[in-house]
Design a protein around this ligand. Structure first.
Ligand code: PEP
Length: 225
């Protein structure tokens, strides 16, 4: 199981230092299957028993891209795992051509990619989730060897209400019919629903937002695994 923590725009440098120490100490050994995406300002050069990833990056080494972070800056922190396509970045204007440019750049670097897809509530309600996800997946090379796909229905993110197990199963089975990349589910995963989500056959892990922001809570979720 992969356990990924999306800290989003939470944690200062200091609070993340405490978080990372607690999480790392709570993991018995170096665990490649635990990935934490802190805010850029909190990234640490210390070594931990988990992998640090980047929530975002600009598809260039460096240059005149005001406010952006290029690969040169990520390399300083030995970051080789990136998240692309999160719905909160799509909502800020990252469209399919830009996501493709990010994806292709990450591939050129050989980075591990967690590529997020997911539909909004209107698409969900009108029953066109699979068509919508197919379009999102058509944007990337599904055969890329270091690809992980995170299915995150937007209507379940940050609501405290995860999608139902039957629905997650149907969608992950659908995605796995298209590729062999490991699949994560994200959307209000927490200590009360981790067991049933983990038990889904085609689920290889979880991407956790809110319930990962406290190291103890995230550890509890991991330990249940
Ligand atoms: C997310 O935003 O990636 C996420 C899964 O958030 P939450 O767990 O809070 O729904």
């Amino acid at each position: 199981m992969i356990y990924a923590a999306n800290l989003k725009c939470n944690h200062t440098k200091k609070s993340y230092a405490d978080y990372a120490k607690k999480l790392s100490n709570g993991l018995s050994q170096n665990s490649n299957s635990v990935i934490v995406f802190p805010p850029f300002t909190a990234l640490s050069e210390d070594k931990f028993n988990f992998t640090q990833g980047a929530q975002n990056f600009y598809p260039a080494q460096n240059g005149s891209y005001t406010g952006e972070i290029g690969s040169q800056m990520l390399e300083e922190f030995e970051i080789t795992t990136v998240m692309i396509g999160h719905s909160e970045r799509r909502a800020l204007g990252e469209d399919e051509p830009f996501l493709k440019a990010k994806f292709d750049y990450a591939v050129s670097k050989g980075w591990d990619i967690i590529y997020c897809i997911g539909e909004d509530d209107i698409t969900h309600m009108n029953g066109s989730t699979k068509e919508f996800l197919s379009d999102q997946l058509a944007n990337i090379d599904l055969n890329y060897e270091n690809l992980v796909i995170a299915y995150e229905p937007i209507w379940a993110i940050g609501t405290g209400n995860s999608a139902k197990v039957e629905f997650i199963t149907e969608i992950l089975d659908f995605i796995s019919s298209k590729c062999s990349a490991p699949l994560l589910y994200g959307g209000s995963v927490n200590i009360t629903n981790i067991d049933e989500i983990k038990a889904i056959k085609s689920c290889d892990g979880v991407l956790v937002g809110t319930a990962s922001w406290d190291a103890d809570k995230f550890l509890e979720i991991i330990k249940k695994g």
